[in-house]
Write a protein that binds this ligand. Structure first.
Ligand code: PLP
Length: 398
């Protein structure tokens, strides 16, 4: 059997495969420190779990409308109004099996073969591959750490062509923690309107922000930009619900309608029980979120301080999400047992094999000078992991 050309054009999610490699080592008895996690280490809050248990006991276990129940869409509409000052109708909302699934449906609904999709690097691993799966062309836009990895209007303009269909914006960003301020968003919105392309705005880390940062959705900047933006969000990160698979999107009804049609021919509705849990997550108490974020914040400050003390590493301070993205390129060319490390992949393998520390190579996100460490793990584990990284890097030879 030969898999399709399309399937052969992509790779498995590198973050998910690193995470499973680390988990397998751990299950085999190896004491691995896993900085690979792409999910909060907190348990889903009890009120949300109870809503799901009630749904089961009430027999809410059948098919629902494809794009989500009316009850859940109403809660999602309310969320956009409250948090983002955005007004939507039900036919402009779709609930999917995770934000990743919403993004995949957007690709199916929007991308034609040959369409160019601008993706600022470092990017979340699935954006380019989802474009490739729809025969669209990822156009990777370079950014600069000195500008917090923001795409500048100049770079954006230099990426435009008559084939440009959309820009994928991720703020706060995985992997860099970059969060766009309103001014930068306005500059991007202006270009989108002037040059007539769509914005796909992945705002899944909206609630996980620090230092008093206030998230704005680019769609909220005016009617013209709202009409060409599809906002993606979900509960995986904000409510520690990665396994429940609930994400959603809001945008022009023609696109959301096409997404719903695609979803009707693939997964149908997201799990009925998870939808009930999602209503509780959106409408019930939100007390859990600031507690989680303040714990993340302590770890963020600690990990940045420690990393910057390690000779050869520099690490800027992320404003959102739960990752740090240290620059490790000064170690390229250094040797272990006579063999030089030449890439972020080499460095990550070295850390995993010799120090039992799992970190995702920056190359997987489109920038090889970095590695990504998730601090969605306990302070004790973070301390141990940083001790190990520090001594493993000190052992490398010139
Ligand atoms: C985690 C993540 C998602 C996907 O989340 P789901 O679990 O599919 O809802 C989407 N975008 C980014 C940037 C993420 O980090």
């Amino acid at each position: 059997m030969t898999p399709s050309i399309r399937a052969s054009s992509i790779k498995p999610s590198p973050t998910l495969s690193l995470d499973s490699k680390a988990k397998a080592l751990k299950a085999g008895g190896v004491d691995v420190v896993n900085f690979g996690a792409g999910e909060p280490d907190f348990d889903t809050p009890d009120n949300i779990k109870e809503a799901a248990i009630k749904a089961i006991n009430d027999g809410f276990t059948k098919y629902t409308p494809v794009g989500g129940t009316d009850e859940l869409k109403t809660s999602v509409i309310e969320k956009f109004k409250q948090d983002n000052n955005l007004e939507y109708e039900k036919n402009e909302i779709i609930v999917s099996c995770g934000a990743k699934h919403s993004l995949y449906n957007i690709a199916g609904a929007l991308f034609n073969p040959g369409d160019e999709i601008i993706i600022p690097a470092p990017y979340w691993v699935s954006y380019p591959d989802q474009a490739l799966l729809h025969d669209a062309v990822p156009v990777i836009a370079e950014t600069d750490e000195s500008n917090s990895f923001r795409i500048t209007p100049q770079t954006l303009e230099s990426c435009l062509s008559d084939k440009t269909k959309a820009l994928i914006l991720n703020s706060p960003s995985n992997p860099t923690g970059l969060a766009y301020d309103q001014n930068s968003l306005e500059e991007i919105a202006e270009l989108a309107i002037k040059h007539d392309f769509y914005i796909i705005s992945d705002e899944i880390y909206e609630k996980i922000v620090y230092d008093g940062f206030r998230h704005s959705s680019i769609a909220s900047l005016g009617k013209d930009i709202k009409e060409r933006t599809i906002v993606v969000n979900g509960l995986s990160k904000s409510h520690a619900m990665t396994g429940w698979r609930i994400g959603f999107a809001a945008g022009p009804k023609e696109i959301v309608g096409a997404m719903t049609k695609i979803q009707s021919q693939s997964t149908s509705n997201p799990t009925s029980i998870a939808q009930k849990a999602a209503v509780e997550a959106l409408t019930g108490t939100q007390d859990f979120i600031p507690l989680m974020v303040s714990e993340f914040d302590k770890r963020r400050l600690y990990i940045i301080e420690r990393l910057n003390k390690i000779e050869g590493i520099t690490c800027s301070k992320p404003l959102g999400a739960f990752y740090v993205f240290p620059n490790i390129s000064s170690f390229f060319g250094k040797k272990f047992k006579g063999k030089p490390l030449t890439s972020s992949f080499d460095l990550s393998s070295y850390l995993l094999d010799e120090a039992q520390v799992a970190a995702v190579p920056g190359g997987a996100f489109g920038d090889d000078k970095y590695i990504r460490l998730s601090y969605a793990t306990s302070m004790a584990v973070i301390q141990k992991g940083l001790d190990r990284i520090e001594s493993a890097l000190a052992e490398l030879q010139q």
